[in-house]
Design a protein around this ligand. Sequence first.
Ligand SMILES: *Cc1c(COP(=O)(O)O)cnc(C)c1O
Length: 357
Amino acid sequence: MQKHYTGLIERYRDRLPVSKSTRVISLCEGNTPLIQLQNIPRMIGKDVDIYVKFEGLNPTGSFKDRGMTMAVTKAVEAGSQAIICASTGNTSASAAAYAARAGIKAFVLIPEGKIALGKLAQTLMYNATIIQINGNFDQGMELVKEVANHAPVSIVNSINPFRLEGQKTAAFEIVDELGFAPDYHCLPVGNAGNISAYWKGYKEYATERVCGNRPVMCGYQAAGAAPFLAGHKIDNPETVATAIRIGNPQSWDFAIAAQQESGGWFDKFTDQQILAAQKMLSQFEGIFCEPASATSLAGALNDIGTGKIPEGSKIVCTLTGNGIKDPEIAMQQCADAKPVTIEADLDAVKRAILDCL
Ligand SMILES: *Cc1c(COP(=O)(O)O)cnc(C)c1O
């Protein structure tokens, strides 16, 4: 009988900082599908293999669960009774869920009015204490770093090194599934923890017999929140993609190293381009990710179009979160597709169908 999947710590135990006696806090995160796009490559007329790593299918609907299973496992191991994070939404949902699982308390600082509805609903349901601030994520992050010096709480933001340890397993899964590393790996970049974690994962796998190659890392930002393109942190980041509405990335140096060592690059895309990619993926592939996640596809399609990513390439785009988390943006995206309302009789239904064919 095949062993029941119990999460990424069990699967990659020998590559993670846990011991035999560590009590693992898991919700069976990881093991997410790597889906090859079928229609979009044909539509753009390019000979490329594009795979999407759909992290929106993690237990709380984003890749944050990979880092959180490690961070909360280690916090509990160290005897911590409470965790804290600043969040644009997904980290708070994930921290709240893993705290509930562990039986400890979660405090989350979020920017008032700037987190997607689904993420707020999740965090409330998992019973975290939510502290809204009149400020943005970057200000929340600074406050969390301060308060952790004054209160008995463990920080579970990606400045916690265990977060990146958990998140690097996404790269392991991709190599295990494909049998090699892709030529290009495209990611949305906010705090830049994820791009740093993937690069760590690829490097660890590439130096052993597991696989011989490493991808070029492509980090894509929203035009209104693009500190890596500016070359310095920025004060008032703005984008519809709230998960990457960040002006002061905490993993700056790791991300620059990932870009330089891999021969990769950063680029930025407008909200319009990001939303177009989100809709395209839903409409033509049946994959619904949140706006920030679609930045990876927007970037890949742009770079395939210009030839920066050449034909014949194998490309992986990480889709960081689930589209269901942000119903308000989805409804705005489909404002023109209002449902028709008709009488409840057979003829009217028949007419409504024939009108559309
Ligand atoms: C956290 C998050 C990001 C950004 O990841 P970083 O590690 O902060 O760069 C992108 N998309 C979604 C959906 C996220 O939740």
